[in-house]
Ligand binder design. Structure first.
Ligand SMILES: [Zn+2]
Length: 301
């Protein structure tokens, strides 16, 4: 049996954070060899580093998720009555704090391997009472600066993108591509830029263009869902040497692990990645050895 590397898991979030040792032990018993715990704000980033210090073979990623911007707009700025200054200050403060955490981790030679999850998420903004223009402006700034931090420090960027696929204008998928292209073009000494589209979704044209720019494609448990034909298509058009496996636990329980008797109480546990790995091998004919080696190469772990 091939050992599994889980490239995106939230040991730093409840309910997994509640008992990291128990979940990590069970994951290892199910063949998980290494994992990356991914931050989504300042607090979970610090926790990711802390966990990576305690457990061998757990690595850390730190970053600020785009939804942090949405929450800030909602709570800090009270809907329509925002000021640009307040927005800028919020973004700058978060970046300042993130840089502090990063520098400390680098100095202490912590097991920091990535910046993320960062990105753009314009999904169903209307339902959340948010305006696309305002949200995208703030998210883009937060994303772009963190992407620069990742590339400058030779860390992998773990990128989260979500939007309605069919939206033509001001679409998160294409905004991400534009920002990536801009940064790659501008960097004077082009080093290798390392990034993964975590839990990848979106139009195939976007996926293909991202792969051409160097993207790795993260596949999570939702690829096993009946409704996820589009995600399976994405995996099919991705060269096998660019695929990565992830749980995104506590989210996205693979279909075969869902227990209808538990319904709302159930969450994705890190060991469940095994079901996604089995699915990729058995239903999609993918080579898990290659996927494991991709993770080792990309993250140098
Ligand atoms: Zn995640």
């Amino acid at each position: 049996m091939t050992a599994i590397i889980d490239t995106h898991c939230h040991y730093n979030m409840e309910p997994i954070f509640d008992n990291v040792a128990k979940h990590w032990k069970k994951a290892q018993e199910n063949g998980i060899e290494k994992t990356i715990t991914v931050g989504a704000d300042l607090e979970t980033s610090e926790k990711a580093l802390m966990i990576s210090q305690e457990f061998p073979n757990i690595y850390a990623s730190i970053g600020i998720h785009p939804e942090v911007c949405n929450d800030a707009i909602k709570t800090l700025l009270d809907g329509d009555k925002y000021s640009q200054e307040e927005i800028d200050m919020y973004v700058d403060n978060n970046l300042f704090e993130l840089n502090k955490i990063l520098n400390e981790a680098l100095e202490n030679k912590n097991k920091l391997v990535a910046v993320g999850e960062i990105g753009l998420d314009y999904y169903k903004l209307k339902n959340k009472g948010l305006k696309r223009n305002l949200v995208s402006q703030m998210q883009k700034k937060m994303f772009q600066k963190q992407l620069e931090i990742a590339f400058q420090n030779n860390l992998v960027a773990i990128i989260h993108v979500r939007d309605q696929n069919d939206r033509l204008e001001n679409n998160a998928y294409f905004d991400v591509l534009n920002i990536l292209k801009e940064i790659i073009k501008e960097s004077k000494q082009p080093k290798e830029v390392k990034f993964v589209l975590h839990c990848a979704s979106g139009p195939q044209a976007y996926i293909q263009e991202a792969i051409a720019l160097g993207a790795y494609i993260g596949v999570a448990g939702n690829i096993t869902y009946d409704s996820a034909q589009d995600l399976r298509e994405i995996a099919k058009i991705t060269p096998v040497n660019r695929l990565l496996l992830e749980t995104d636990a506590p989210y996205l329980i693979p279909k075969s692990m869902q227990d209808p008797t538990k319904d709302k109480d159930q969450f994705c546990e890190p060991y469940m990645i095994k079901a996604t790995a089995d699915y990729l091998q058995q239903n999609m004919g993918l080579n898990l050895d290659i996927i494991r080696l991709n993770s080792k190469k990309l993250f140098s772990i």
